[in-house]
Design a binder for this molecule. Structure first.
Ligand SMILES: NC(=O)c1ccc[n+]([C@@H]2O[C@H](COP(=O)([O-])OP(=O)(O)OC[C@H]3O[C@@H](n4cnc5c(N)ncnc54)[C@H](O)[C@@H]3O)[C@@H](O)[C@H]2O)c1
Ligand SMILES: O=c1ccn([C@@H]2O[C@H](COP(=O)(O)OP(=O)(O)O[C@H]3O[C@H](CO)[C@@H](O)[C@H](O)[C@H]3O)[C@@H](O)[C@H]2O)c(=O)[nH]1
Length: 475
C-alpha cells in the first residue's frame, strides 16, 4: 500500500520505517529541515536502538519530504504522528494536529483515503480532524464526499528505547473508526504484523511464541480513551510502588521484596513495579494531565490519577531530602548525577527527572556534575541556561564529589570501576535512584549506599535443601 506519515518524531519515524520494512511504500513528511536532511542521509535524528539499521534495510521503500503535495495525494493511508505537547493548563497543544489536518485536506487525492490519528489526542479529536480536512478541502475544490475519506484512531503504545521492537511485535493493535472500510484497510495494512508473516530483522528477533497480535476494532472515542487509560494505569502502578517504598523505608521493609511478593500474583503482574525516582518522559506526565483536564471538561474529577502525579513528582524532591540527610548541608557541595535521559536507551529529555533534580540542587547552591552516554549534547542544546558541568566520563563526575546520584539505569553504569570512583570522591555517598546496583557490593567497596525503599539488612534466604519442594524466587 502507499502510506504517508505526517511527523517524523519517535512515533512517526518508527511507524514509517516498520511499515516500509514489512513491504509498504512510505513517504514521511516533516517541517523540520534538519530532521529531513538527517533521514535522507540514512541517519536517525534520534537515539533509538535498531532504527538506523532498519532505515537502511527499508531504504528503497522510504522517502522523506517537507511537501504534503508530494506525500498525500497518492496515499491510501495517511498517519498523523505530530507532537501534542502539554499546555500550562494540562490540555494538549493541538496546533500541530490542526496544521497536519489542514495540510492533508489541501492535498488529499480522489481515491478512498484513510486518515489515521496516531498522535495521543483528546476525546473527540477524530471528529475534529475529519471536520478540518473537509474544511481545508472545501477551500480548494468544493465538497469532499464522505465516500472518499474515513478517519480512524490507532493509538501508539511503543516505549522509547524499544520502539522498533514494540512496533514489530506489539501486545495488541487498537483501531477505532466509525467507518467499517477504515477497519478493513488498516487490517490489511497491518496484516504482516498482525499475522507475523514478515521475516524479523536479525538484530530485533521475534519474541518466542508470538504468532499473532490481537486486533481490537472499536469506535473512535473508545480508541482515544484506551490510550490515555493505558498510560494512566501504568503511571499509577509505578506511583503505587513508590508510595509503598516510602512506607517500607519507615518500617524497615524492602520494596523490591514487596514488588516480587505482590507481582507474582498474576492479577497484579511483576512489570512496572520498579520503585525509584519515578516516571518521566514525554507521555506519562502529559497524558495524565490531559486525562484530568478532559474529565474536568465533563464535570468529573480523577482523584486516583491526580494522586499518582503528586506521588511521582514528590519522588524527585525525596532524592534531595536523601542527599540532605547524608550531607546535612547542600550549599557549596559538589554532587554528581549519572544519567540525564528519562530512561536508558534513549536521548529523550522531556520531563527527565535528572534535569528537575539538577535544577533543585542548583537552587540550593550545589555544583552539579553530570554524565550521560547519549543525551549530553541534546541537554546542552535544549537547556543552555542550566548550569551543569558536563563530564566526558562517569569517573570525571566522581572527582571530588560529595555524593553521586544514579538517575538513569544505563547498563554501562553497572560496569563502572566503582572502587576507583569511590577513591576519587570527597565522600563516598551513593544514592541509587533506581535500586540498580548491588548494594552489598557497593557497601563492600566503601560506599554509603542509599536506595529507594530498601531495608539495609539483607533478607534471610531459604536453605538450599528446601529448594526442590518449591519454585524458588530470589534475587
Ligand atoms: N514518544 C513516544 O514514546 C510516544 C509513544 C506513543 C504515543 N506518542 C504520541 O505520539 C505523538 C508524537 O509524539 P513524538 O514523541 O513522536 O513527537 P515528536 O515531538 O518527537 O515528533 C513530532 C514531529 O512532528 C513534526 N511536525 C510538527 N508539526 C508538523 C506538521 N504540521 N507537519 C509535519 N510534521 C510536523 C515535528 O517537526 C516533529 O518531528 C504525540 O501525540 C505523543 O503523545 C508518543
Ligand atoms: O517499573 C517502572 C517502569 C518504568 N518507570 C519509569 O517510567 C517512565 C516511563 O517508562 P516507559 O513506559 O518504559 O517509557 P515510555 O517510552 O515513556 O513509554 C510509555 O509512554 C509511551 C507514550 O505514550 C507509551 O506508548 C508506552 O506504552 C508507555 O510505556 C520512565 O521514566 C521509567 O524510568 C519506573 O519508574 N518504574
Amino acid at each position: 500500500m502507499k502510506v504517508a506519515v505526517i511527523g517524523t518524531g519517535y512515533v512517526g519515524i518508527t511507524t514509517g520505517v516498520t511499515l516500509a520494512y514489512v513491504g509498504h511504500h512510505v513517504t514521511c513528511v516533516d517541517v523540520n529541515p534538519a530532521k529531513l536532511a538527517s533521514l535522507k542521509a540514512g541517519k536517525a535524528p534520534i537515539y533509538e536502538p535498531g532504527l538506523e539499521e532498519l532505515l537502511s534495510l527499508a531504504a528503497e521503500r522510504l522517502a522523506f519530504t517537507d511537501s504534503y503535495a508530494e506525500a498525500v495525494p497518492e496515499a491510501d493511508v495517511i498517519f498523523i504522528a505530530v507532537g501534542t505537547p502539554p499546555l500550562p493548563d494540562g490540555n494538549p497543544d493541538l496546533q500541530y494536529l490542526q496544521a497536519a489536518a489542514a495540510g492533508i485536506g489541501e492535498h488529499i487525492g480522489e481515491g478512498f483515503t484513510v486518515v489515521v490519528n496516531k498522535s495521543t489526542v483528546p476525546i473527540g479529536s477524530g471528529n475534529w480532524v475529519d471536520a478540518l480536512i473537509h474544511e481545508a478541502f472545501a477551500t480548494r475544490q468544493g465538497k469532499l464526499f464522505q465516500e472518499h475519506l474515513a478517519v480512524a484512531s490507532n493509538p501508539e503504545f511503543l516505549r522509547e528505547g524499544s520502539a522498533i521492537h514494540d512496533s514489530l511485535y506489539p501486545d495488541r493493535m487498537v483501531v477505532g473508526a466509525e467507518d467499517q472500510r477504515a477497519l478493513e484497510v488498516l487490517y490489511t495494512l497491518y496484516r504482516p504484523i498482525l499475522e507475523q508473516t514478515f521475516t524479523p530483522p536479525s538484530f530485533i528477533p521475534r519474541p518466542e511464541g508470538l504468532q499473532a497480535v490481537p486486533f481490537i476494532a472499536t469506535d473512535l472515542t473508545s480508541a482515544e480513551l484506551i490510550k490515555y487509560s493505558a498510560n494512566a494505569f501504568l503511571a499509577l502502578k509505578i506511583s503505587f510502588i513508590n508510595e509503598i517504598a516510602a512506607l517500607a523505608e519507615r518500617v524497615g521493609a524492602d520494596v523490591t521484596q514487596i514488588a516480587k511478593g505482590i507481582g507474582l500474583d498474576a492479577r497484579i503482574g511483576t512489570r512496572f513495579l520498579q520503585a525509584g525516582i519515578g516516571w518521566g518522559g514525554s507521555c506519562f506526565g502529559k497524558d495524565t494531565a490531559a486525562l484530568i483536564a478532559t474529565a474536568q471538561d465533563y464535570g468529573l474529577s480523577m482523584p486516583i490519577v491526580a494522586a499518582a502525579r503528586e506521588v511521582n513528582y514528590r519522588q524527585r524532591e525525596r532524592i534531595v531530602e536523601k542527599l540532605l540527610a547524608e550531607l546535612k548541608i547542600l550549599k557549596g557541595r559538589t554532587i554528581g548525577l549519572l544519567g540525564l535521559a528519562f530512561k536508558p536507551n534513549t536521548d529523550d529529555l522531556r520531563d527527565a527527572p535528572a534535569l528537575d533534580i539538577a535544577h533543585r540542587l542548583i537552587e540550593r547552591g550545589v555544583r552539579v556534575r553530570v554524565h550521560d552516554p547519549v543525551a549530553m549534547e541534546k541537554a546542552r542544546r535544549e537547556h543552555p541556561h542550566l548550569a551543569l558541568h558536563y563530564c566526558e566520563t562517569p569517573e570525571e563526575v566522581a572527582e571530588e564529589a560529595d555524593a553521586l546520584v544514579l538517575v538513569t539505569e544505563w547498563a554501562m553504569y553497572r560496569e563502572l570501576p566503582w572502587e576507583e570512583m569511590a577513591r576519587r570522591m570527597r565522600r563516598a555517598v551513593l544514592v541509587d535512584g533506581r535500586n540498580f546496583l548491588d548494594r552489598a557490593q557497593m557497601a563492600a567497596l566503601g560506599f554509603r549506599y542509599v536506595g529507594i525503599g530498601l531495608n539495609p539488612l539483607e533478607p534471610p534466604r531459604l536453605a538450599a535443601k528446601e529448594a526442590p519442594r518449591a519454585v524458588r524466587v530470589e534475587g
